[in-house]
Design a protein around this ligand. Structure first.
Ligand code: PRP
Ligand code: URA
Length: 215
């Protein structure tokens, strides 16, 4: 892993296994089933690293040999917040790691002409201010959707936010980090640039369509 432009809040995972899986995802011949599996696996691998600072507390446990003090995850339940639709593909990966997590949803779509995000759904758990919130979206392109989603979460009281995205454009990372310098942004790949339609190049196309087999 490395810090993007030396910013310790922007973590890029450059693990060979992630790179390999991203290459499979990019391939236009990769079908829906395999694509979906890759998104879930990558989310789990990223989540494992991104959650390496979860707080713990000791409990007493009796092993077959003796009684000891041993750590468990402490604090209020974590919340996963996928940005609909494509972020949904990453949820199961995180839930494999933290099965008791709550799941909120933020529905946003990009206007095809202006590329601006439009909200159509928002449902978040209570006591957000006391919880760690993991926002998922495989693509960080202009950063408009990510920024809007974090805005909503903060309006609902969320404070401790980690944003997980598989492929990012430099423009998107910079926009999100500028709008929300207090959150941690984790990406597995920084691609070259956006094209005139605000798609990531080389990217993988429309993540939502590829996960759900639409279009
Ligand atoms: C995609 C993607 C992100 C957004 C990224 O969603 O899943 O949410 O675009 O672009 P941005 O950084 O420029 O905002 P889209 O709006 O296509 O909706 P979908 O997931 O329903 O397909
Ligand atoms: N959304 C996607 O799904 N793909 C892109 O390349 C940009 C935004």
């Amino acid at each position: 892993m490395y810090y993007y432009k030396d910013n310790p809040n922007i973590i890029v995972f450059d693990h060979p296994l992630l790179k390999h899986k991203i290459t499979l995802m990019r391939d236009e011949n990769t079908g829906t089933n395999e694509f979906r599996k890759m998104v879930e696996e990558i989310a789990m691998l990223m989540g494992y690293e991104a959650l390496n600072d979860l707080p713990t507390e000791n409990v007493t446990v009796k092993t077959p040999i003796e009684t000891c003090e041993s750590p468990v995850i402490s604090g209020k339940k974590l919340v996963v917040v996928p940005i609909l639709r494509a972020g949904l593909g990453m949820v199961e990966g995180i839930l494999h790691l933290v099965p008791s997590a709550k799941v909120g949803h933020i529905g946003l779509y990009r206007d095809p002409e202006t590329h601006q995000p439009h909200e159509y759904y928002c449902k978040l758990p209570s006591s957000l201010e006391e919880r760690l919130i993991v926002v998922t979206d495989p693509m960080l392109a202009t950063g408009g959707s990510g920024t809007a989603a974090v805005d909503f979460i903060k309006q609902h009281g969320g404070k401790h936010i980690k944003f997980l995205s598989i492929i990012a454009a430099p423009e998107g990372i910079e926009a999100l980090a500028k709008a929300h310098p207090d959150i941690q942004i984790y990406v597995a790949q920084v691609d070259r640039e956006l094209n005139k339609d605000a798609y990531i190049c080389p990217g993988l196309g429309d993540a939502g369509d590829r996960i759900f087999g639409t279009k």
